[in-house]
Design a protein around this ligand. Structure first.
Ligand code: PMV
Length: 333
């Protein structure tokens, strides 16, 4: 009853922020992402009667069952799994990320996508991609998208049971080989505000939440059109605007949710300035202070040179569109 899987993280071009159903993790708005080739999670999962409680180890650190990582996320997901496969066995999970955990680089996306793949394997569920995405979604919303490589849309769905809220691939990882997303790490500290409770606070208190949710579907259509026509300007401007609208909602939540640090803000200014000078790139940010920069291959070298010597930038990682989540034979224990 042991299986291992690898899943890549993803970064949204049009963001998801806010659930219409917290239990099933159903979003208010559709959203679209790119899966990253460089950042991934490798997870081994085992269910066995030798365990008298769940054991969770991420990047060599054990998380007790009282921690919020376990209670809010993994423990909750394991409950969903146990109910579904009708078992009362406990599990051991060992997971390695090759990037900082919980710092706004979508570790929960790759983590829960890998877990869903492993659950499917262990219990012979024979889920198709939609079913895998629905299962991953119940761990963390953005994980629904990490089942697929390339460019991925998470359909918000209409049904209250969530069966039509899954992610599907829009274009695979080979479709636009010149497309890049440069991750600039400005801090490796874990974020102050977890996205799950934070987005719920936004739903309840931001006066702009309704407009945010209503406008997002149109942004997804624009990004899809930009991808279809390989119109980088349309994809970039729409992605940057979606990120700023999400941040408008975050900043106007009570109390305010501010993920940016000083370097984040300085990078935003720099990117806009470079763009005025003819270097076309766009920024996006998530639930953390890292800045992800969209650009084309032709501008990567110039950007990396500028970013590597930018004050406060700790690390620069150039990503291409990455791959589907999959079962692997290498176990971590
Ligand atoms: O599913 P979560 O809890 O990882 O939420 C992700 C929310 C953002 O990263 C901020 C936006 C997104 O669409 O990925």
């Amino acid at each position: 009853m042991k299986a291992s899987a690898i899943a890549h993280s993803n970064i949204a071009l049009c963001k998801y922020w806010g659930k219409r159903n917290e239990e099933l993790i159903l979003p208010f708005n559709a959203n679209i992402s790119m899966t990253l080739n460089k950042f991934f999670t490798h997870t081994t999962l085992e269910f066995d009667k030798k365990y008298d409680k769940d054991i969770l180890v991420i990047n060599d650190k054990e998380y007790a069952n009282e921690t919020k990582e376990y209670k809010l996320y993994v423990g909750r997901f394991l409950r969903v799994v146990r109910e579904r496969v009708n078992t009362d066995l406990y599990a051991r999970i060992v997971s390695n990320n090759n990037f900082p955990l919980a710092a706004g680089l979508a570790s929960s996306a790759s983590g829960f996508a890998a877990l869903a793949i492993a659950v499917n394997e262990i219990f012979n569920l024979s889920l198709d991609k939609n079913g895998l995405s629905i299962l991953a979604r119940q761990g963390s919303g953005s994980a629904a998208r990490s089942i697929h490589g390339g460019f991925v849309e998470w359909l918000k769905g209409e049904n209250e049971n969530g069966e039509d809220s899954y992610a599907k691939q829009v274009f695979d990882e080979n479709y636009w080989p010149e497309f890049r997303m440069i991750a600039c790490i400005t801090s490796t500290e874990e974020k102050k505000y977890k996205s799950r409770p934070s987005m719920q606070m936004s739903v309840e208190t931001s006066p702009y939440f309704k407009q945010w949710a209503e406008g997002s579907d149109e942004d997804v259509q624009k990004v899809k059109q930009g991808l279809r026509e390989k119109d980088f300007t349309l994809v970039g401007t729409t992605a940057e605007h979606s990120c700023m609208k999400m941040n408008g909602v975050m900043w106007t939540t009570k109390p305010a949710i501010i993920y940016q640090n000083q370097t984040t803000i300085e990078l935003m200014h720099a990117i806009m300035q470079w763009r005025e000078e003819g270097l076309e790139s766009y920024y996006t940010m998530d639930a953390g202070p890292q800045v992800k920069i969209l650009c084309l291959e032709k501008d990567v070298d110039v950007l990396v040179e500028k970013l590597s010597k930018f004050d406060g930038v700790e690390k620069v990682v150039v990503n291409k569109p990455g791959y589907d989540a999959k079962v692997v034979s290498e176990h971590l224990f």
